[in-house]
Design a binder for this molecule. Structure first.
Ligand code: BDP
Length: 687
């Protein structure tokens, strides 16, 4: 039996691994299974829940073409499994164990867990194991998520527009819900379950109160019904002023009993429709959104009032720390810490504070947010942006695994060495890059960012390289892993190089953030202007965040703060984030800062050119549609990387009066040309 099983799975591995190039459009994501073949037999489940049925169906689908197989899906409490005395206690309620065992006298590949959800995750792990060329026999895999809350944040509006979305309209067809449940919702759930995502916030953080009205609750409930067996809970973004807008109250003051009663009744109503509703996500008092500060109450007052409303049902409130006020002259990078740090210990225990990875706003590179490690009495979750608002939209190839890893692995030193950001968080949120485009994410390589987000949320220690390898094997084939991963691994750094080298940030054009705009200086709020961030002048460039400037460095734990206080000990990649330094400053390479900047811009372009060459070489090994679209996008990326370099250099030269280092090409146009570029219909920009 064991031999036949091994053989069958070996054949399967061949089928999956050597899939010939055929027409594909990216819809299948990393779940590319053989299209047809003899039905697989021998997948058994013990127990009958919808989740187990789904797990078995997924395996049947993925293992099509096998002659034989004996795979057993069973919970650990099953008497036969229990008799094996496997180490299941540490699996918790989401972990899984996959092992080749003899069960009731038969050799089987057992997928077990303490819950049905765990079995589902294990089934996807078995498929991944085989799709990535793992050996089909003597399997012994076990994994437990290190982070409990792993959620996507959809910035989807009720009219179908996705804020900062570059993959088409929202996946949710709010208009035809709840009646029509697009089969695509099931595929969305499969994809998320396959990478361990267990929550989804359906609507934009810039929320409309309408999403909390009865018709929209019914629509959300229909989606929750679809997602439930996949272990995915539904959450909603809540507009803080909803009691006024749809409740007829005069105030949304969180300490007003009528307001608290309204939210309680509203929560009860939601839970009647969605018994396992996850809770609320709130953006308050930020970028014009209403919030408790409007009533001179604290963020804790607001969060706790909502938390009390969902508490009887086991719900949570994810309260965002992304706050900065137009009236506040303080360095924008400091404002969230200033506002939230004093509230440590004041939040109810079902509140989790959601903090962006960096202190500004999802830039190509940001040092980790100083709040990580600074609120020991408050559960925090980290928020990444999977959609590439600031990294070239859907067209630029930028694998974000290294960005996620860089932040998660950063050492806050809060509790001594080894206090990584990953260890300070109880949850991970990612702003989704998903839309109704046929390939879901706007490009094949953007799918990798969705995949990496889920895999690294499950286990932040996996490493971005290992995750890229999994994705490349599953999305293309094991044979393409090396060249594809080579392209991916340096791709985010390339974007940093051609957009925001050496710690620069927020130098993008206004509003849509497409393309360069370092010269912009005329917007109403100071911190909306790129000149606020780079502070370039004749003498130098960079934002002084040391004691002689805004002293943002003091928000970090003392050893980190000390390191960042001195340009000599600040990593060069973050230099201009923390320091204003002369253009002539000598850098580690021996170049001046100015020459080093030019070098980075050119290196970024060079990397993209290299990716184009690598991709060209893969033409015969990749199906035509996915190859062609990627090739076209890479050409766009190279053109735009040059544009970024040339525009930036033209502007810096207008400020510093320097000439280009020997051998560097002059910008293609003069500064006025770059400044005159307009893109009134760029996607994703909120109107
Ligand atoms: C910024 C986006 C804006 C979002 C905001 C947020 O430009 O559209 O509303 O973040 O996170 O990056 O709330």
């Amino acid at each position: 039996m064991r031999r036949t099983l091994g053989l069958g799975l070996a054949m399967l591995a061949t089928i999956l691994g050597g899939a010939p190039a055929h027409a594909e459009d990216g819809y299948d994501l990393w779940m590319r299974y053989p299209a047809a073949g003899p039905a697989v037999t021998g997948i058994e489940t013990r127990g009958k829940s919808p989740t187990l049925r789904i797990a078995a169906a997924e395996l049947r689908r993925g293992l099509t073409g096998m002659h034989t197989s004996a795979i057993m899906l069973a919970k650990a409490a099953d008497p036969g499994v229990a008799a094996l005395r496997l180490p299941v206690a540490s699996l918790g309620d989401e972990g899984y164990l996959i092992r080749s065992v003899t069960l009731r006298g038969r050799a089987v590949t057992l997928v077990t867990a303490n819950t049905d959800r765990g079995v589902l995750y294990g089934s996807f792990a078995l498929l991944r194991h085989l799709q990535t060329g793992g050996r089909p026999d003597r399997i012994d895999l076990t994994s437990t998520p290190l982070v409990k809350l792993r959620v996507l944040n959809h910035w989807d509006n009720l009219d179908g527009v996705v804020e900062r979305g570059y993959a088409g309209q929202s996946l949710w067809d709010w208009w035809t819900l709840p009646d029509f449940r697009d089969p695509r919702y099931v595929d969305y759930a499969r994809a998320n379950a396959s990478i361990g995502i267990n929550g989804t916030v359906l609507n934009n953080v810039n929320a409309k109160a309408d999403s909390l009205t009865a018709p929209y609750i019914a629509k959300a409930a229909a989606l929750a019904d679809v997602f439930r067996p996949y272990g995915i809970k539904v959450y909603l973004s809540a507009r803080f002023s909803a009691p006024i807008e749809i409740g007829g109250l005069k105030t949304a003051d969180p300490l007003d009993p009528a307001v608290a009663a309204w939210w309680k009744a509203k929560s009860d109503e939601i839970y009647r429709a969605i018994p396992d509703f996850g809770g609320f996500l709130v953006k308050a008092n930020s970028e014009g959104q209403p919030g408790p500060r409007d009533y001179h109450r604290s963020h804790a007052d607001g969060a706790n009032m909502l938390a009390a409303a969902v508490r009887p049902h086991g719900g949570i409130v994810m309260w965002r720390a992304f706050v900065y006020a137009e009236t506040d002259p303080e360095d924008r990078a400091k404002q969230a810490y200033t506002e939230f740090k004093p509230l440590d210990g004041k939040f109810a225990d079902n509140v989790i504070v959601q903090v962006k990875n960096g202190a500004i706003d999802f830039q190509p590179r940001e040092p980790f947010h100083p709040l990580f490690g600074a609120m020991p009495k408050t559960p925090l979750m980290i928020e990444f942006q999977i959609t590439k608002e600031y990294l070239g939209f859907a067209t630029h190839l930028a694998y974000l695994g290294p960005l996620f890893a860089e932040t998660l692995e950063a050492d806050t030193m809060a509790k001594g060495p080894g206090s990584t950001v990953a260890r300070q968080v109880a949850g991970i949120a990612g702003v989704a890059n998903i839309g109704r485009d046929r390939d879901w994410a706007g490009s094949t390589f953007n799918q990798a960012n969705w995949f990496a987000f889920g895999r690294m949320a499950w286990d932040p220690t996996l490493g971005s390289d290992a995750v890229a390898r999994e994705w490349a094997a599953m999305t293309f084939s094991p044979a393409l892993v090396e060249p594809v991963v080579k392209m991916m691994m340096g791709s985010r750094e390339a974007v940093v190089d051609y957009m925001t080298p050496l710690g620069l940030a927020h130098v993008m054009a206004t509003g849509h953030h497409y393309g360069p705009g370092p010269w912009v200086a005329d917007l109403k709020r100071p911190e909306w202007n790129p000149v606020y961030y780079h502070k370039a002048d004749k003498a130098g460039i960079g934002f002084d965040r040391t004691a002689s400037g805004s002293n943002a460095v003091a928000q970090y734990a003392p050893p980190v703060a000390r390191m960042l206080a001195d340009p000599a000990t600040t990593p060069e990649r973050d230099l201009l984030w923390f320091h204003h330094v002369p253009w002539t400053r000598p850098m580690a390479s021996g170049r001046t800062l100015w020459a080093e900047l030019v070098h980075h811009y050119d290196a970024g372009i060079g990397y993209v050119a290299g990716m184009r060459r690598d991709w060209d070489a893969l033409r015969s090994q990749v199906d035509d549609e996915r190859w062609q679209k990627t090739a076209t996008y890479l050409a766009v990326q190279e053109r735009e990387a040059r544009w970024w370099r040339d525009a930036s250099l033209a502007y810096w030269m207008s400020v510093n009066g320097l000439t280009l280092p020997a051998g560097a090409a002059a910008p293609a146009h003069d500064l006025a040309w770059y400044e005159a570029q307009r893109f009134p219909h760029a996607p994703g920009n909120p109107q």
